[in-house]
Design a protein. Structure first.
Length: 72
């Protein structure tokens, strides 16, 4: 069983709460959040598909324009 808990702390109290928890050695600060294995697998699958079908890819500017058009 995973002993990780997720909480939401109000911004004006977050820094103080984290400092207090660090003093108690109750938290571990991570450089980056852990990425679930299913998500890594999906990214690998999409990269492989992109390599096989690179003509389907579009640049960020084109994608952004399409998204904005769809949002109207």
């Amino acid at each position: 069983m995973d002993n990780t808990l997720y909480i939401r702390i109000k911004k004006d109290h977050a820094a103080d709460v984290i400092k207090d928890l660090q003093k108690l050695n109750a938290v571990e600060l991570l450089e980056e959040p852990p990425i679930p294995e299913w998500q890594k697998k999906e990214v690998r699958k999409r990269l492989k598909d992109l390599q096989k079908n690179s003509s389907k890819a579009i640049g960020w500017d084109d994608a952004s324009r399409k998204i904005k058009r769809l949002a109207k």
